[in-house]
Design a protein around this ligand. Structure first.
Ligand code: URA
Length: 431
């Protein structure tokens, strides 16, 4: 095998053989194929795509690059959820303990934020004492005792993806359907979950900007999961505006706790319940009632135990930012647009996200939204509050929110349809 002929084959629009795929993934993981060669191949894949067979083989090769976990000894059925990434997407935080409270086991191996999308581990790390790194034995213990665990994937799980994802992030090759599908599904299949619900985001704040692209990604991932014996379902959900009223780490933890206490923004509650129902169905527990588990406090009880099991203090006050800046509504009327990408970028520039993998994040930085699209606003009243410990970041965050990112229309324009009311959160389901 030689890597240059593999790159040329894909560059010229050809299909890679099974043997070529197995070799190049293994050789890259072992350090025998250089980063610059793999980035050329990733770009050729981004530009020319892959056939269904190639994606399946690439996924299998990434799974085979590391260990596979096995939860079959657990007494409860396992089910996981994965989101393709969005702005204000804190759903894992209320969802994992909620589904555990309903009788399933949720092994959530999560990631950190990159670019404008937030990461679940960064959010949870804003809770004093909480730690993301567990070894396999600790993870199994928390899963067995609490029913839900959210932690970082160990070094041994799909190491080919770990290396390739970091390379894609710095070579403009993240937004490729075959590479996203194989990246997500190799980790989820290697993780050993019995069933999986995918939350495929669509809109300005997502990797997939159109419904057609999101549907194609969802169909590919559902096919990969099913072929590997993992019962897999996908919901396509809106990411044209942020989920809930916060984007940032501690801000999103506080909002998640509100949901677990029976309150919280309607879109976050609705999506949490929709995903919980899909997960419980996929796990073979269709009669469980997640709405009741939210209302009777059992989901909150599982949250507290889940946080404490990883060293966190669920009662400790969350960090708050040293500086705030209020953005007023530019006019009176109905908020027609509050763009997800712009808010994600603003939160990131305030310090909630990182520009390079090795950087830290500010726990308290982020954006608080005082209105959602479709709601009335009054000129001059607070519309958005920016939070940061480093006020020199305000200017760049405000630039992200300029232009078309925030649009207010007169109330009568909203009534005659030109105000474009926000789409429903769940747009489609692929099984
Ligand atoms: N999340 C992943 O894990 N991989 C991708 O390629 C994109 C989002």
């Amino acid at each position: 095998m030689d890597v240059i002929s593999i790159i040329r084959t894909k560059r010229d629009g050809g299909a890679l053989s099974d043997a070529q795929i197995d070799w190049v993934v293994a050789a890259y993981t072992a350090g025998e194929v250089a980063d610059e060669q793999m980035s050329a191949l990733a770009m050729a894949i981004l530009l020319n795509g892959m056939e269904r067979r190639e994606i399946a083989r690439w996924t299998a090769a990434m799974i085979a690059s590391g260990e596979r976990m096995d939860f079959r000894a657990l007494s409860r059925p396992t089910v996981d959820k994965h989101s393709t990434g969005g702005v204000g997407d804190k759903i894992t935080l209320p969802l994992a303990p909620l589904v555990a409270a309903c009788g399933a086991a949720v092994p959530q191996l999560s990631g950190r934020g990159l670019g404008h999308t937030g990461g679940t581990l960064d959010k949870l790390e804003s809770i004093p004492g909480w730690r993301a790194g567990l070894d396999n034995a600790e993870m199994l213990r928390v899963l067995d005792e609490v029913g839900a665990v959210v932690c970082a994937a160990g070094e041994g799980l799909a190491p080919a993806d770990r290396k390739l994802y970091a390379l894609r992030d710095v070579t403009g090759t993240v937004e490729s359907l075959p590479l996203i599908a194989s990246s997500i599904m190799s980790k989820k299949i290697a993780e050993g979950t019995g069933s999986l619900v995918l939350d495929v985001k669509v809109g300005s704040g997502a990797f997939m900007k159109t419904l057609d692209d999101a549907r194609a990604l969802a169909e590919t991932m559902v096919g990969l999961g099913t072929d590997h014996g993992v019962r897999t379902v996908a919901l396509l959900t809106d990411m044209s505006t942020p989920l809930g009223r916060t984007a940032g780490n501690a801000l999103e933890v506080a909002e998640s706790v509100e949901v677990l206490a029976g309150g919280g923004p309607r879109d976050v509650v609705d999506l949490t319940l929709a995903l919980a129902r899909e997960m419980l169905d996929a796990a073979g527990l269709p009669d469980a009632d997640p709405e009741r588990a939210l209302a009777d406090g059992s989901a909150m009880d599982h949250w507290r135990r889940m946080i404490a099991a990883q060293g966190g203090d669920p009662d400790a006050p969350l960090p708050t930012a040293r500086e705030r800046h209020v953005v007023p509504a530019p006019a009176s009327g109905v908020l027609a647009t509050l763009d997800a990408y712009a808010v994600g970028l603003a939160a990131w520039r305030l310090g909630a996200g990182r520009a390079r993998k090795e950087e830290g994040v500010q726990a308290a930085a982020g954006v608080e939204l005082h209105a959602k699209p479709g709601e009335s606003v009054v000129e001059g009243a607070p519309l958005v509050t920016l939070h940061t410990d480093t006020p020199e970041r305000f200017e760049a965050a405000l630039e992200a929110l300029a232009g078309e990112a925030i649009r207010v229309v007169p109330a009568d324009a909203a009534d005659d349809g030109t105000g474009t009311p926000p789409p429903p959160t769940v747009l489609d389901r692929i099984a």
